[in-house]
Each structure stands twice: as C-alpha cells, then as structure tokens.
Design a protein around this ligand. Structure first.
Ligand code: ASP
Ligand code: MG
Length: 423
C-alpha cells in the first residue's frame, strides 16, 4: 500500500480535484491511502468562523459559513452534473450542523471549539474528493480519521497515541482493502478516547500521512505539491534554485529544523523509524522524478541548501550586576523567555553577554523587555535576516552576504548560520 498526501493547493478548485483523480488513475490496481487537506484557504476561513463563534457574533458566524458553503458548492457544481448526487446533501448537512453548533451550551474552551469547527474543512474536502473518485469509476471509500488517529487531549496540538492508533488502523482501516483499492481520509485531525475531535497543529496533514504509513507499514509516502520536489532554497528568496533528487531522513529533519518549509518537521521521524521512503512530487507534472527522502546519506553533501528567516530580532542580554553568564543565570534567562513563549532561532554567549535571535512577528517586544528589566540590560536590533547554509563553502557564504552586513556567524562542519542586515 502507498500513502498519498494532497495539500490544500492541490484541491483548491474543481480543476485541481480533477487533476487529483488523474494522478490516482495513474496507479490503477494499486492499494492507495489518500490523505487530503481542506480545500485551498479553507483552514484560514474556518479559523475566522471560530473567531466569530467565540465572540458570540451570530451574524458574522452565519455569513462566514455561507461564504465557505458557496465556495464548496461552486466546486461541487463543476464536478457533479447530477444535482441529485448524494454528495450535495452530505456537504449541505455538514454546513447545517456547523450552524447548529452556535446554539449548543455557551463555549468555555477555545482550543476545544477550534478543533470541532476547523476540522470540518478536512471532513468536507475528503467527502468531495472521495465522491468524485467514485464518480470517475475508482473503487474508493471515505475513511474517518476521527475514528483512526487516537490522540491525547491537547486540543490544537494533539499528540498521537501510537499503540492505540496502530491498533485502530489494523482493525478499522486495513480490512477495507479487501473491498476497495482506495481509501480517502482527512489530514490534520484525530480524536480522543472519548471521541472528541482534535487537530495536530497547523500544516499537520503531512504528519498524518506519515502516521498512516507507520501504522499500516506502507511501502512509501508521496506528498504531491505545486513544486517539482524539495528545492535547495525557497524560490521566494532565491534565484536559480536546484531540486534535490535524493536526501536522507537525517538531512530532511535538519532542513526542516532550520526552517525549510517543504515538509512538516514531525513527518520524517515515523518514516525514518520504519525506513519508509518519502517522495515529494509535483502534482502539475506527476510523471517527473521529484525528490526521494530515504536512509542513504550519500548524496546529502552534493548540493548546498539555503534557508532564510526574515524579520528577525537579535537581543543582547547582560546581567546588571556584571556576573558571568554561567548555568545559573542561563537557566534564569531561559525561564524568563519561556514565560514569553519565545522560540529561539539561534543563541550565543560570551562572558557577560547572551545573544538570542527571535522571530519579530511571534513576540511581544515590550513584554520581553519588561520581563528582563529588573536584573538585566537588554539591547535589541531588529529587521535582520537569518541565513542557514547546509553544506556550505566560502562561495555560498559570499553569495548570501552581498550588500549585507554580517552581525553574527556560527559554523559547524556542515552548517553555517549568519545573521545579516541589509546595508
Ligand atoms: N488544513 C490544515 C492547515 O492548513 C492542515 C494542512 O493543510 O496540512 O493547516
Ligand atoms: Mg496545507
């Protein structure tokens, strides 16, 4: 069995759904598990519906739902000529149930409500994709991830309970391959032991594909994307990107750790653990080679990769009493930072000075300054970029520092990291 994952962009309109069916038809006769995300920008739209729900703004809640319903119905109309097709009523019912949620008891847990509402984007998209595959003659069934992926109760960032999940796939998912070739299910969502819906964190559908592959011992996972594979840099920041033909699990984890956004960071581990290869391929050009991520590290060093993080702010923290930076005050600094929920992109220390780099958009600058003001002097420098180069050499460093001032540089054998500022 192979696992395919189609993200939001690959099902963003009727044409895209038809393209998914074309890709599936290339694998006729094979057993496929297909993980699908919400259509286009639906997850963002569902988040707005949650906001309206939480604010108790009924008009806005209903009008946002109607807007999402229109979006999905225009896709339905382009895909299903028969207006009596069952799928119309199914999608209608999901939206009506959602409207009905407004009148349930007054909500008191935002993250819980978020999961109950936002997950419907995936539920609806998978119903549509499955119905379309069936209409095109594919032997397909819809599978409900809310009965398969078991998680803890941490809504919006739920953690998978692996053993139970494996058992559920064994009992409730795999046996269906004696009846059908294809099962379509939702990315990003799961359920608690009590049967309440959870989500695995934004962009979590890649991870779902990996969970399924792990639990079903799949032969491979393919993530279908709008790029030809994994590139050595984000084309948004870089000209002349190169596709990586083959990289190791290890390298993929390193790249996603430093911020390469092609695959969700959690995705690789379960695949590495069972040595299941991961393909990243283009849904626009499905016969093209793409990237394979697998155990061998032999090709990792062939092409340098560049990862850019924009809008960085560098803090320089110095104890007011001139004490050295040793374990004791380092742990105090970390405790203060974790109070502010700050995620550190890079750090460095000297005798009296501790430097940390944070995403400007993810922090409250004033909060950080006030958290430190009693015992530390804090200076900061904003508007910076962090460039990470894997498998660097001097030429690659020169390339990214043209017209830039380098504020800080860290190198290990494989990785160079530079904090730079536009001159
Ligand atoms: N639909 C979810 C999101 O947009 C999950 C995913 O697409 O991976 O975050
Ligand atoms: Mg997505």
């Amino acid at each position: 069995m192979r696992v395919f994952k189609f993200g939001g962009a690959s099902v963003k309109d009727a044409k895209a759904v038809q393209n998914v069916a074309n890709i599936v038809s290339l694998f006729k006769g094979e057993k496929l598990a297909i993980v699908v995300s919400a259509m286009g920008k639906t997850t963002n739209a569902m988040e707005k519906i949650v906001e309206a729900f939480w604010k108790r703004s009924k008009d806005e809640f209903v009008s946002q739902i109607n807007e999402r319903k229109d979006f999905h119905f225009s896709i339905l109309e382009a895909l299903f000529a028969d207006k009596d097709a069952e799928i119309y009523a199914q999608v209608e019912k999901e939206f009506e149930n959602l409207k009905g949620m407004y009148d349930t008891p007054v909500p008191d847990n935002y993250d819980f409500e978020y999961d109950q509402i936002v997950s419907l984007g995936e539920v609806i998209s998978t119903k549509i994709v499955n119905a379309y595959l069936k209409q095109q003659g594919v032997s397909s069934r819809w599978a409900d991830a809310r009965t398969l992926i078991r998680t803890n109760h941490t809504h919006r960032e739920a953690e998978v309970e692996w053993e139970k999940t494996e058992q559920l796939f064994e009992e409730r998912f795999l046996p269906h391959y004696s009846e059908v070739d294809v099962q379509v299910t939702q990315g990003f969502i799961g359920h608690t032991a009590e049967g309440m819906t959870t989500t695995l964190g934004r962009e979590g559908s890649d991870f779902t594909a990996a969970i399924m592959a792990f639990c079903c011992n799949a032969e491979s996972v393919t993530i279908w994307k709008d790029v030809p594979g994994m590139l050595n840099a984000d084309p948004k920041w870089f000209d002349n990107t190169i596709k990586l033909d083959s990289i190791s699990f290890r390298e993929a984890i390193e790249l996603s750790y430093y911020g390469a956004s092609v695959i969700h960071p959690k995705t690789v581990k379960p695949l590495q653990n069972k040595q299941i290869p991961l393909y990243v391929k283009s849904f626009i050009d499905p016969l093209a080679e793409g990237t394979i991520i697998q155990a061998s590290t032999s090709k990792d060093h062939l092409i340098p990769s560049f990862i850019f993080k924009m809008n960085q702010v560098l803090f320089s923290i110095t104890p007011k009493d001139f004490s050295f930076l040793v374990e004791k005050n380092l742990s105090d600094i970390f405790a203060r930072l974790s109070k502010a929920n700050a995620k550190i992109n890079l750090m460095q220390n000297s005798a009296l000075n501790f430097s940390i780099l944070l995403d400007e958009e993810k922090i409250d600058l004033d909060e950080i300054l006030s958290l430190f003001e009693d015992s530390y002097h804090v200076k900061f420098n904003s508007g910076l970029e962090l460039v990470t180069i894997r498998h660097y050499d001097q030429a690659t460093i020169d390339r990214v520092t043209v017209d830039k001032e380098v504020l800080l540089e860290q190198k290990t054998r494989e990785t160079a990291r530079l904090i730079v500022k536009q001159k």
